[in-house]
Design a binder for this molecule. Structure first.
Ligand SMILES: Nc1ncnc2c1ncn2[C@@H]1O[C@H](COP(=O)(O)OP(=O)(O)OP(=O)(O)O)[C@@H](O)[C@H]1O
Ligand SMILES: [Mg+2]
Length: 388
């Protein structure tokens, strides 16, 4: 696809902006996991999990290794049957429906390419099985080769490819059939950063253009944030939170989610009361109680709670700033990332907080440096309270 053809289509944003069927109580999900449990002997891989995914949604599963992501996908694809509960597609119970009868295609974490076939034949395989006309097969294979930038390697066999190239073949093969639902298990894990970012945007574009529903597993939370309409964060076979990327980042419901998605400073403390609409939290990290506006939390006096603040929502100063929520410490470490500088500040309490500042101008006359005594501040509405 070139820039001109892309310009003729509606921008992804235009489609995405108005897309939020999960907020519509009338909307029927395309995929429904209904109290699904999967046990392997004694081990519980997925536990009493319920989840709705809507048609045309780009849905990501995010979570640590072994939390049950692949197992969940395999149950939807039909390679595993739930121990309890049901999986429904467009209202139809999928129990007992074999994989090839489901309008679902899965790209495996291990690629599972056919070793004796060329790249092009691997991609064409499913299309030939479906007995598509030869011209159409050729056109699709060509389009897919272009998408994953493997035009020049079409005649090679998988064992003549690098890991990242093999992964791209697997992705192309899964996409070629244009299934209603596409399951991608770590589709971009083996690609370098630049190719990975390009492919992310191509995937989003293709998904909108072909009106497919994507369920994607990734270990990369930035990737999940970039691509998804919604993300489910999983832990130990359960879903901890399902939300849009923005909600997940700004309103994580638990410490696990807060720490799993993005970087965050956690200051442990105790509720000391409520004043003018703000919670007062006593913590060993600050000389005065912290003030947090978080209307979502209902807390009791003396209850242990964490004040969580993202590094970019903190500011760093040489002079003590006016206002609430000031922490005092010493600059331990400075990480210069080009677009951002990250300061690690060692507080008197022994805790270390990370403060990030955007480098808006190229020269700063007298920058804060190592070992300086500094003040770190944040606004009452910049923090979240986490009681779980
Ligand atoms: N066939 C199996 N037999 C026994 N245990 C299994 C089987 N498949 C998965 N498990 C176990 O179920 C749990 C979930 O596995 P799963 O592959 O779904 O994790 P995952 O979230 O995909 O992890 P990763 O990110 O490492 O791919 C793990 O503890 C795993 O060891
Ligand atoms: Mg997996």
């Amino acid at each position: 696809m070139n820039d001109t053809t892309r310009a003729l289509r509606p921008a992804i944003g235009a489609v995405r902006r108005s897309f939020s069927p999960w907020t519509d109580p009338q909307a029927r999900p395309l995929i429904r996991f209904e109290s699904v449990t999967k046990r392997f002997g004694e081990a519980v891989a997925v536990e009493d999990l319920s989840l709705d995914i809507f048609e045309r949604e780009f849905f990501c599963l995010l979570g640590p290794s072994g939390c049950g992501k692949t197992t969940l996908m395999r149950m939807l694809a039909g390679f595993e049957e739930p121990t309890a509960g049901r999986v429904l597609l467009a209202g139809q119970d999928l129990t007992g429906v074999p994989p090839y009868r489901r309008p679902v295609n899965m790209m495996f974490q291990s690629y599972a390419l056919f070793p004796h076939m060329s790249v092009a034949d691997n991609i064409a395989y499913g299309l030939k099985q479906d007995r598509l006309p030869r011209g159409e097969i050729e056109a699709r294979v060509e389009e897919m080769l272009r998408l994953v930038q493997l035009e020049k390697l079409a005649t090679r066999r998988p064992d003549q490819l690098s890991g990242g190239q093999r992964q791209r073949v697997a992705l192309a093969r899964a996409l070629a059939k244009r299934p209603k639902v596409l399951l991608l298990d770590e589709p971009l894990g083996a690609l370098d950063k630049k190719l990975r970012e390009e492919t992310q945007f191509e995937l989003m574009d293709l998904q909108v253009r072909l009106g497919m529903t994507f369920l994607v597993v990734t270990h990369d939370q930035e990737e999940a944030m970039t691509m998804s309409d919604r993300i489910a964060v999983m832990d130990h076979g359960r879903i901890v939170q399902v939300a849009t990327p923005g909600e997940l980042y700004e309103q994580p419901r638990t410490r696990f989610v807060a720490e799993f998605v993005g970087d965050i400073n956690i200051l442990e403390g105790k509720v000391a009361g409520m004043e003018e609409g703000g919670w007062r939290v006593e913590t060993p990290h600050a000389s005065q109680a912290l003030t947090v506006f978080d209307p979502d939390e209902v807390l009791g006096h003396g209850q242990p709670v964490a004040v969580a603040v993202r590094p970019e929502k903190m500011t760093i100063h040489r002079q003590r700033p006016q206002g609430p929520n000031v922490l005092e410490g010493e600059v331990w470490d400075i990480g210069y990332l080009g677009d951002w500088t990250v300061y690690r500040v060692h507080l008197g309490s022994g805790a270390v907080v990370r403060v990030s500042c955007a480098n808006a101008s190229r020269f700063v006359a007298d920058p804060i440096t190592w070992d300086e005594r500094v003040f770190v501040a944040f606004a009452p509405d910049a923090a979240i309270l986490l009681s779980r």
